[in-house]
Design a binder for this molecule. Structure first.
Ligand code: ZN
Length: 291
């Protein structure tokens, strides 16, 4: 066999070897038979002063520090990313060492980037049908640009200030700038059925921000779960009229809280306050899931 032919065979063999690998990489993970939710650890916020920001004294609270979870919801009809962290994956060094940010006394830390956590259960951003953020504050949007290829589910009241010339409040516009050109579904200011089968419902709960939203999951084994965004930050805020000092509308928040509390009573849904460390610590984390 002459040299050229040998090279040609070698190249063909290489191609044959690499082709299946490529196909695998492009294959979407198998859709589960019923809805499930994975909880990821997307960092911590420490050193907050709960009194100046939340009108709650340290002694009134079981814990002051915030945890920052991210969630993947996967069902027979698609996938939804809900909230995407406080530290962008790009802030991690290649060695994966923990990231520490924030202005003293507040410290923001994360030990795991988000996309590798998704990859560990078989998902890439290309597998994510929908992206929804509970709201635009920077502790919920850090990796939003990674999901610009998904369909963004947002209320007009939330989207408008996100792309205003001047950032309003606690917002990192660069973290979600790519969403500007994303396929976008503007949600009605009422319940929105994400997959069209009643399994995941986004509820309009404005006040914390102009288009703040919460997520109801109707899980077959676990029962209904309400992921509450920042409707509350601490369980101790429930049944008080205290809202954060940086609230967009105190009145709207109280009205949204009333509507959600009424719903919780009626539905017996579990309430997952996202930043509540006690709730988070009790939950199963990915690769485990609730279904
Ligand atoms: Zn938050």
């Amino acid at each position: 066999m002459n040299k050229k032919l040998v090279l040609l065979f070698a190249a063909a063999a290489l191609l044959a070897l690499s082709a299946p690998a490529q196909n695998n990489a492009q294959k979407h993970p198998k859709a589960p038979k019923s809805l499930r939710v994975y909880v990821f650890d997307c960092g911590m916020i420490k050193g907050l002063d709960p009194f100046t920001t939340f009108h709650l004294k340290k002694e009134e609270l079981a814990g002051v520090d915030f945890v920052v979870p991210c969630y993947l919801i996967a069902g027979p009809k698609g996938t939804l990313m809900w909230d995407v962290g406080v530290v962008p994956d790009s802030a991690f060094k290649p060695d994966g060492s923990p990231v520490s940010q924030g202005n003293p006394p507040v410290s923001i830390t994360a030990t795991k980037p988000l996309l590798p956590q998704l990859a560990a259960i078989g998902y890439t951003p290309a597998d994510i049908t929908y992206l929804a953020l509970s709201h635009y504050h920077s502790d919920h949007t850090a990796n939003a640009n990674a999901f610009a290829g998904s369909t963004w589910l947002v209320h007009q009241t939330e989207r408008d200030p996100m792309f205003a010339d001047k950032a309003a409040g606690i917002m990192q516009q660069s973290s979600f700038s790519s969403l500007k050109n994303s396929k976008t579904k503007i949600l009605p200011e009422t319940d929105y059925d994400v997959f069209g089968d009643g399994s995941a419902i986004i509820k309009y709960a404005p006040g914390h921000t102009p288009g703040h939203q919460v997520l109801l999951l109707n899980l077959k084994k676990t029962g209904p779960v309400l992921i509450a965004g920042d409707l509350y930050h601490y369980p101790e805020e429930r049944f008080t009229d205290k809202t954060p000092t940086f609230e967009f509308s105190h009145e709207q928040s109280l009205a949204s809280r009333k509507a959600i509390e009424d719903f919780l009573k009626k539905s017996k849904a579990q309430l997952w306050i996202e930043h509540d460390l006690a709730t988070f610590n009790k939950l199963k984390k990915a690769p485990q899931f609730y279904e």
